[in-house]
Design a binder for this molecule. Structure first.
Ligand SMILES: Cc1cc2nc3c(=O)[nH]c(=O)nc-3n(C[C@H](O)[C@H](O)[C@H](O)COP(=O)(O)OP(=O)(O)OC[C@H]3O[C@@H](n4cnc5c(N)ncnc54)[C@H](O)[C@@H]3O)c2cc1C
Length: 312
């Protein structure tokens, strides 16, 4: 994937707690439907976990960083403690947590969403994978945190998913756009009543940029026939030549994993990544990223309809 500058979510908020926030500038993934909405509660996954309790997400909740580790040259895995060992996030898929902090010497708080990669019923902690951008206000803050430091979080619900709503979903991700799609993959495969088939196409610059690869590979092994994945990288090395698809997400590449249009049943394609990738796969978003925009790109060529595609 060529280097690009992506517009990012920049939200400036009034200083008073709970005061309204105003959207300033562009966004990376869509914030349209979820921006002001607080995620609704999801029923606890099983009786055995009934002792667990959902965090009462009211306004912004302060969480303490428990541990942080580097994943690669610009990505860190950050685990925050929930209020106690019995607490779970209880967030429905697909929901991110909006962070809020005020940089030193600044008047205006910075808001950025990050998507938990831990399951919604994981007791005691919530984990994120965060890619750092040069001079990135949100990612820089996340990467600077040390165990014991705190940050404010508030749920933002992006896409309503109901088990078996679709017979198959195709997930197309680029770079750190993978996190909401990983969240959905886990939610579907962890639910024994959900029979939805999942095909993932994940594009990156290089092999080391592929996030959550071990996790996806394990899921593919555990759920053969339910979950398939395909990685494509722009830069291969002599060592990994032939291990991955090469180049961008093209019609030819998608044709390898996407369900044939003749299979019937309800399908959905979710596209999450940098705007140039979203545009070439599904057409640009509209309204400066606030609306889905019309369907274009490779998916349109493959015969998909606007209703069958969601762009983040
Ligand atoms: C719903 C949602 C969920 C998200 N979940 C995650 C997640 O789980 N993990 C994660 O890492 N991110 C996630 N993001 C992206 C995250 O919210 C921020 O947009 C990202 O961290 C960049 O913000 P920043 O404040 O660090 O950079 P900014 O301060 O906004 O930008 C700093 C500089 O970096 C440049 N820049 C920003 N993005 C890019 C880019 N893609 N390529 C090149 N240059 C760039 C800007 O142009 C600017 O020059 C999510 C976004 C959304 C909308």
């Amino acid at each position: 994937m060529a280097a690009y500058l992506r517009p990012s979510l920049k939200v400036a908020g009034a200083a008073a707690a709970g005061a309204s926030v105003a959207y300033v500038g562009h966004q990376y993934w869509n914030t349209t439907s979820f921006f002001f909405s607080t995620a609704h509660a999801e029923s606890l996954p099983s009786d055995s976990q009934a002792a667990l309790k959902k965090v009462q997400w009211k306004g912004f909740t302060e969480l303490k960083l428990q541990s942080a580790e580097s994943v690669n040259h610009n990505v860190r895995r950050l685990t925050f403690a929930l209020p106690d060992d019995q607490s779970i996030t209880g967030l429905p898929p697909i929901t991110s947590l909006l962070t809020r902090h005020t940089p030193e010497g600044a008047w205006v708080p910075v808001f950025r969403p990050y998507t938990p990669i831990s399951d919604n019923d994981q007791a005691g902690t919530v984990t994120f994978m965060v890619k750092k951008y040069p001079n990135g206000k949100g990612s820089g803050k996340m990467h600077s945190l040390k165990p014991g430091d705190t940050l404010l979080f508030k749920p933002l619900h992006e896409f309503d998913y109901k088990p078996n709503q679709f017979s198959a979903v195709t997930l197309i991700a680029g770079g750190s756009g993978i996190t909401p799609l990983y969240q959905l993959t886990r939610a579907i495969l962890n639910n024994p009543d959900d029979k939805t088939k999942i095909a993932l196409v994940y594009a990156n610059n290089s092999e080391e940029d592929i996030l959550l690869k071990n996790e996806f590979d394990e899921l593919a092994q555990k759920y053969p026939g339910r979950f398939t994945r395909l990685y494509t990288v722009s830069k291969t090395t002599p060592q990994n030549e032939g291990l991955y698809e090469k180049g961008y997400v093209t019609k030819e590449l998608l044709s390898k994993v996407i369900p044939p249009r003749s299979t019937g049943g309800q399908t959905k394609v979710l596209v999450s990544g940098p705007p140039p990738m979203v545009e070439s796969v599904a057409g640009a978003k509209g309204g400066f990223g606030w609306t889905q925009g019309s369907l274009g790109g490779v998916l349109k060529e493959l015969g998909y309809t606007k209703e069958e595609v969601h762009k983040f």
